[in-house]
Design a protein around this ligand. Structure first.
Ligand code: SF4
Length: 370
């Protein structure tokens, strides 16, 4: 590994802390590397579309575990409706190191949020998806609950192999949809591909908000690409003919948040963006140890203090009235910003309770994944 990459890798390494049992927080991962289950690989920045290279662990995933059916929480109407299943292209936080990534709580000491587990037996994925598409069923996510759909497209080529299978009536007789969700700008890999039955969705926020919680290296350089570049990627996907959707999540109620979001949405509408749906989500945590785990993995802290979260269903949420106020404002901004276009995006909510939906008059169960 030449000196330049060594230096770059040095600047991106985190220093894990210790678990309650006194063991290094990464002891499970270190053991997997030692027994050969994981192999460390450094992916160049040029392939990822990031400012610096990112390290990943390569591993194999069992065929019968490639399609992860979604089990909605039975006791919580705010959990995902049973609309989708996920193609498990990776494991653990995706490597963008967002400082409140829910996957850190899901995987705790078992996955290093700085080194995603990126499965390498890609032929098996094509075979299992082909088998799955023969029968009727839900939409399928491309790692939307366990990775980023396009960050590693230059390494795996999953989207380029699977999109034609979804677009063709021969291989997808029931017209099931493939959902891609990304914070990357890597739509250039999709040029020339068919677009039928594909939902190209972008996770976005106004730049000042993204800067408070999305991933940063130790010296403060952002890992996720700039929002204006991701907006450009969204427009490119729209020009390619893909159905484009946006997720604005988490919404952070910072000082003057109304102006920040209003400006962002009006500028996007004026600039020709035509997402068919915008799914909103306020800041929430599945457990109060989320930020502690992030610190234990050596991630820099989030630059936003969530304030008074309380348990509501499966998540710790902001108070009801504050959430209703936030959603009402953003929904009004979206309607007003796209009014003149004749096709205002459908406004949807992610992981919200019945109480909140009713307070806002959101009667449909649409979300980003359905
Ligand atoms: S992009 Fe998504 S999966 Fe990746 S670190 Fe951020 S929140 Fe987690």
């Amino acid at each position: 590994m030449n000196e330049q990459i060594e230096e770059a890798v040095e600047s991106i390494n985190t220093r894990p802390g210790f678990a309650r049992n006194g063991k290094p927080f990464d002891h499970v991962v270190v053991a997997k590397v030692a027994n050969g289950a994981y192999r460390l690989e450094c992916v160049p920045a040029g392939i990822l579309g990031t400012a610096r290279p990112i390290e990943v662990y390569r591993a194999k995933r069992a065929r019968n575990n490639i399609i992860k059916p979604w089990q909605p929480g039975t006791d919580d109407e705010s959990y995902c409706p049973a609309h989708w299943a996920d193609i498990a292209i990776g494991r653990g936080a995706c490597g963008f190191r967002c400082r409140a990534c829910f996957l850190m709580l899901t995987h705790r000491t078992f996955c290093d949020p700085s080194r995603h587990v990126l499965y390498e037996n890609v032929d098996d994925y094509e075979i299992m998806v082909l088998k799955e598409l023969i029968r009727a069923g839900k939409n399928l996510g491309l790692g939307i609950d366990c990775s980023d759909s396009l960050l590693y497209e230059g390494v795996t080529g999953h989207a380029r192999r699977l999109i034609p299978l979804f677009a063709s009536k021969d291989t997808n007789p029931h017209g099931r949809k493939l959902i891609l969700l990304t914070k990357s700008t890597n739509v250039h890999y999709l040029e020339g591909l068919p677009t039928a039955n594909v939902l190209m969705t972008f996770s976005l926020n106004p730049e000042p908000i993204a800067n408070l919680w999305e991933g940063k290296w130790n010296d403060g350089v952002r890992i996720t690409p700039a929002i204006m570049d991701r907006l450009e990627a969204s427009k490119r996907a729209q020009r390619m003919g893909f159905e484009v959707r946006w997720r604005i999540d988490p919404i952070l109620p910072v000082d003057k948040w109304q102006e920040v979001y209003r400006e962002f949405l009006f500028a996007a509408a004026a600039d020709g963006h035509r997402p068919t749906r915008i799914t909103l989500g306020t800041y929430r945590e599945m457990g109060r140890s989320l930020l502690t785990i992030a610190a234990k993995w050596g991630l820099p802290p989030m630059e936003f203090v969530p304030g008074n979260l309380s348990k509501d269903g499966m998540h710790y949420h902001l108070p009801d009235e504050q959430r209703v106020d936030i959603y009402q404002h953003l929904s009004d901004f979206i309607t007003a910003a796209w009014q003149h276009t004749g096709n205002a995006p459908v406004v949807a909510l992610c992981k919200e309770t019945k109480t909140i939906r009713e307070a806002l008059g959101v009667t449909h169960s649409h979300c980003n994944c359905e």
